[in-house]
Design a protein around this ligand. Sequence first.
Ligand code: RM4
Ligand code: MN
Ligand code: MN
Length: 424
Amino acid sequence: MLLDKQLIADSNSKVIAEHQRKYNFTAAGIDNVEAIIKKLMDFQVAIPSWALGTGGTRFGRFPGAGEPGSLEEKIEDVGLLHALNNSSGAISLHIPWDIPTDANAIKALAAQHGLLFDAVNSNTFQNQPGQKESYKFGSLQHVDKAVRKQAIDHNIEVIKHGVDLGSKSLTVWIADGSCFPGQLNFRKSFENTLESLHEIYAALPADWKVFVEYKAYEPNFYSMAVGDWGQSLLYANKLGEKAYTLVDLGHHLPNANIEQIVSLLLMEGKLGGFHFNDSKYGDDDLTVGSMKPYQLFLIFNELVEGMDAKGMNHATDLGWMIDASHNVKDPLEDLLQSVEAIMIAYTHALLVDRKKLNEAQLNNDVVAAQEVLQNTFRTDVRSIVAEARLRAGAALDPISFFRNGKIRAQLIKDRGTNTVATGL
Ligand code: RM4
Ligand code: MN
Ligand code: MN
């Protein structure tokens, strides 16, 4: 389903006066508003193909109607999001959930929607039908070389699919670890994992990156082969310059200082990618910004500060992705909310008065430093983000457009009520 841009323009015209009033007020307080809007228009967050259907838990799944039943329909869904917000211009595929049967046709379809292919993701956390070896006791870390080889070969296969689609990076998240003390020799598990990653690394095309994603626990509950940013960084440093750490917001122990982690990874030139989501307890994969919007802002603050310190391009030098999927919302509405939260946090980070903050830090003026950050965070920048969308021909209010335009009802009409998207 390709959205008619005229419909968006018509719906914008109904709320433009109200928008203008809010925008003029906020913009008047910002010196470099044009430069900020330009950055917002360039900034794109990849949508994970596995978030387009309703997610489940191990207790159950309550699929919604009109879910995308094929890769083509997933691309159409991301195209819809991008038409509405102009900030979802890429899709991140998970293999084997999303194997393209005809890569050129899929590429052409994506191009029609203005979409690129972001990182491709390998899956050695589930067994697939007909698979010879089992991942019950791990994949890249496994004590048996035959299992490791199967997992390595799978990752190389994923790279090939990515090359066909024009991706430039591979994300490796492994569920490997142990559930009980004594189950594993930590050093040998690390060495096996590293050796496997080396073989995958050797298969990377010259202009590719590999992102090593860490997670503190689950599905293993005693140790994880890549359990935190320190372990991920160890692997990335040992692998070489094409290897980076990927930070998934939900993969930390409670209260971890994620903003400090990203600052130091950027300092080391080893932050490669980001998975946005939010959580109350752990890997909850909730809508970005729904629980801890201030933390999201603090993370973005460090991202912008750290990237600027290195002269990096905000839009292209890191892999920005959402990684979320859950039970109770319409997945497309949820993703619109997530992207909006990301754009708001990014805008806030761009607005931080760095000179004042730096001065406060040098003077040990803790109160002034807090004032700088919180004044920024309490500024309502939603109209600035909306203005960036308006200028790109996207919707001033994407969720209202989605609801008033009865888009889900149209998708149900096209796809039926019983479709189930591949994914979690
Ligand atoms: C994992 C991890 C990976 C994602 C899978 C589906 O928890 O976050 O990034 O690919 O879930
Ligand atoms: Mn993730
Ligand atoms: Mn996760």
